[in-house]
Design a protein. Structure first.
Length: 106
């Protein structure tokens, strides 16, 4: 599931086709609203939606039909960006990734 992925700002900027500074500003607002968990890896910070908020976000997608198309398009871009992760300069998150594996195996 895409919401399980922890992404850094540069990955989000690529997926959303927005400047990193804009994405960073938006991420900080969303983080202050306590919707994101984060993990610092070297000079990068990875963000992921807290599991407790995923159902709410999925319901928004279901209740706003125009959002569904954009969400599907973003999911395609996400998959493409994750395929490039091995060649990326960003290290992989460790703590958030291990939490994700634990929650998906239960």
């Amino acid at each position: 599931m895409a919401m399980d992925e922890a992404l850094c700002v540069c990955e989000l900027a690529d997926i959303l086709a927005m400047p990193q500074s804009t994405v960073s500003s938006h991420v900080q607002i969303i983080r202050k609203a306590d919707l994101l968990e984060s993990e610092k890896c070297e000079k990068w910070t990875y963000f992921r939606i807290f599991p407790r908020h995923r159902k709410l976000l999925l319901s928004l997608e279901e209740n706003f039909p125009g959002m569904a198309d954009q969400c599907r398009a973003d999911a395609v871009k996400l998959a493409e960006r994750l395929d490039q992760r091995e060649q990326s300069c960003c290290p992989r998150p460790q703590q958030i990734a291990s939490k994700s594996r634990k929650t998906t195996t239960r």
